[in-house]
Design a protein around this ligand. Structure first.
Ligand SMILES: [Zn+2]
Length: 252
């Protein structure tokens, strides 16, 4: 009988039968797995509490039918009580696991993704960091990890150094006044994106609502949705309520 032991983050769960639950996890060494947790919805179940989205767990699994694994034993690793105690942090964490769940996989392990996932959840669990830009920063970092980092220092169309006035995820980054399409972008928002991608993230997250954050959140969600080609439910719910400023068509 095939068995494995690994460390995992819970991405999503859904009900199965009377009292079971299927748990979709991203493991450190085995990539994304679907796990059947038997009896987990009974009040007496000891596994139930740790198998919620964003749960960081150790799992012992045994191969079931098809691509399904069966949970033999599950233990909590990190409780992340700060993350779970604040709506904005929970919303950001759910947006992150939803995006990870949208990554197409062929049961391929990707420890880099696992490491990024653990790091972003621990960031959300750290009261020193404001949660608002955590998911957006994660999306930009994920695009960079995937080799699809947006261009933010020159016009992606003509190479001009600027001024850069718009961002269009479809064409891969910032645009000058002559090539503009997509969404208008302020100098403050551009500066924030550059800092996020350029290694200054820890400082950015210590700032309370830095100028341009609303725009950065909208652009990050747009960029990740364009990348995966689908609308994301949770990520949209954490998007800012500020209206997007439409950009005029490029001059002919
Ligand atoms: Zn241009």
């Amino acid at each position: 009988m095939k068995e494995l032991a690994d460390e995992a983050i819970v991405l999503r769960t859904y009900k199965s039968g009377e009292s079971d639950r299927v748990v979709v996890v991203w493991t450190r060494h085995h990539g994304k797995l679907r796990v059947l947790a038997k009896g987990v919805r009974k009040t007496t179940s000891r596994m139930g509490g740790s198998l919620e989205p964003m749960g960081h767990v150790s799992v012992d699994l045994v191969k079931g039918r098809g691509d399904l694994w069966i949970a033999k034993h599950v233990t909590h690793r990190e409780r992340m009580t700060t993350l779970r105690g604040e709506y904005a942090r929970i919303g950001a964490g759910l947006a992150v696991v939803e995006v990870i769940d949208a990554i197409p996989t062929d049961e391929a392990a990707d420890e880099g993704i696992f490491e990024m996932l653990v790091r972003v959840l621990l960031t959300l669990d750290n009261p020193d960091f404001h949660p608002e830009l955590v998911a957006s920063s994660f999306f930009f970092k994920l695009l960079a990890y995937d080799g699809s980092e947006p261009v933010v220092d020159v016009c992606v169309n003509c190479g001009s150094p600027g001024p850069l006035v718009a961002f269009n995820a479809e064409v891969g980054g910032t645009l000058c006044a002559n090539c503009r399409s997509g969404t208008a972008v302020s100098a403050e928002a551009l500066d924030l994106i550059r800092r996020i991608l350029g290694g200054d993230l820890a400082t950015v997250l210590r700032e309370d609502a830095p100028a341009g954050s609303g725009e950065v959140m909208a652009l990050a969600h747009e960029a990740i949705e364009v990348h995966f080609g689908k609308r994301l439910k949770a990520s949209r719910s954490t998007a800012p309520l500020t209206p997007r400023i439409p950009v005029r068509d490029a001059p002919q």
